[in-house]
Design a protein around this ligand. Structure first.
Ligand SMILES: Nc1nc2c(ncn2[C@@H]2O[C@H](COP(=O)(O)OP(=O)(O)O)[C@@H](O)[C@H]2O)c(=O)[nH]1
Ligand SMILES: [Mg+2]
Length: 295
């Protein structure tokens, strides 16, 4: 069976989680209160479409914040978690945007995920949400095609993933139609085999990818340069320097052997991702309960 792995990204409130829920038939909460620069992600259980097995990773977005302190130690753990989920590579990137003016965030997200994180090696499509008031749904995309020519989108897919409220009877068939259209586009544009972003067969190790992408996140978030990973600084040293609690840093190192410089890009330890997810949950709980310590 063909394996398709899709990474979903885009600005906050554009409908990423709604889209993922509609594709997978799940019902994760659409409004999560995450604040601060974050690479937080969620891997949905795989679903079948024809002879394909599709896995989707939803991300929270790089621009949730701008107020308050930026929890760099949370961001670095979430990025490690996302990179761990990216171990088997991606077949397709799915950028989500609202049918409205193209924002600065749109360009920054594109640059981060398409150019920096996956280095232009993975095809990308654009899902345009909020097309429910267009008749036909394709008209906004038709009118605005020219605005997107500077991006390498394989296809612009007009969609509606709204749900609930008094309009639900109007939304439901549009969601179905959008799901069908998006699935056709995913099947047509996905790579035959997921393209890896690090590890065997690529030019970078987990560690190099982590450095490159973390430093890019620091730039996008406008964090001070001191947050960058230094030359020759181990991932462990970086985590400790950013204030990741020792237990979490230890766990990450132990279960992601690539994080140990000397191991380079050896084969993964089964279950590492799960463990790291637990660890990030632990870290996130600390943040949300406010019992943050420098242990
Ligand atoms: N009008 C409209 N609202 C949508 C659409 N897709 C999602 N929404 C709504 O936009 C809000 C944010 O959606 P969410 O999926 O959480 O966006 P995310 O932050 O990108 O994950 C929710 O209230 C959704 O119901 C759409 O196509 N049209
Ligand atoms: Mg979301």
């Amino acid at each position: 069976m063909k394996n398709i792995r899709v990474l979903v990204f885009g600005a906050t409130g554009t409908g990423k989680t709604s889209l993922c829920n509609t594709l997978t038939g799940k019902a994760r909460p659409t409004d999560n209160g995450a604040r601060g620069i974050t690479a937080k992600s969620h891997l949905y259980p795989p679903f079948r479409n024809g002879d394909c097995r599709i896995e989707i990773i939803d991300t929270v977005g790089l621009h949730e914040s701008s107020h308050g302190t930026v929890p760099a130690e949370q961001a670095v753990v979430e990025l490690i978690d996302l990179l761990e989920k990216a171990r088997d590579g991606f077949s397709l990137l799915l950028h989500v945007t609202r049918a409205s003016r193209i924002t600065k965030e749109h360009d920054e997200d594109y640059s981060f995920f398409v150019e920096k994180m996956t280095q232009g090696n993975i095809p990308v499509i654009l899902a345009v949400t909020g097309c429910e008031n267009e008749h036909p749904m394709t008209s906004w995309v038709d009118r605005n095609q020219a605005a997107f020519t500077r991006f390498a989108y394989k296809e612009l897919v007009p969609t509606c993933f709204a749900s609930g409220g008094p309009m639900e009877a109007f939304f439901a068939p549009l969601r179905l139609q959008s799901r069908e259209h998006l699935l056709v586009s995913i099947m047509q544009n996905a790579l035959v085999e997921p393209g890896k972003i690090y590890g065997a067969g690529t030019s970078s190790s987990f560690n190099e990818a982590l450095t490159r992408i973390w430093n890019e996140l620091v730039t996008v978030a406008g964090l001070p340069d001191k947050y960058r990973r230094q030359v020759n600084e181990s991932a462990y040293a970086l985590m400790k320097r950013l204030g990741v609690p020792q237990a979490i840093a230890d766990g990450a190192i132990k279960h992601i052997p690539d994080l140990l410089e000397e191991l380079g890009n050896k084969t993964p330890v089964p279950g590492g991702g799960k463990l790291l997810r637990k660890l990030s949950e632990l870290l996130l709980n600390r943040f949300s309960t406010g019992t943050r310590k420098n242990d």
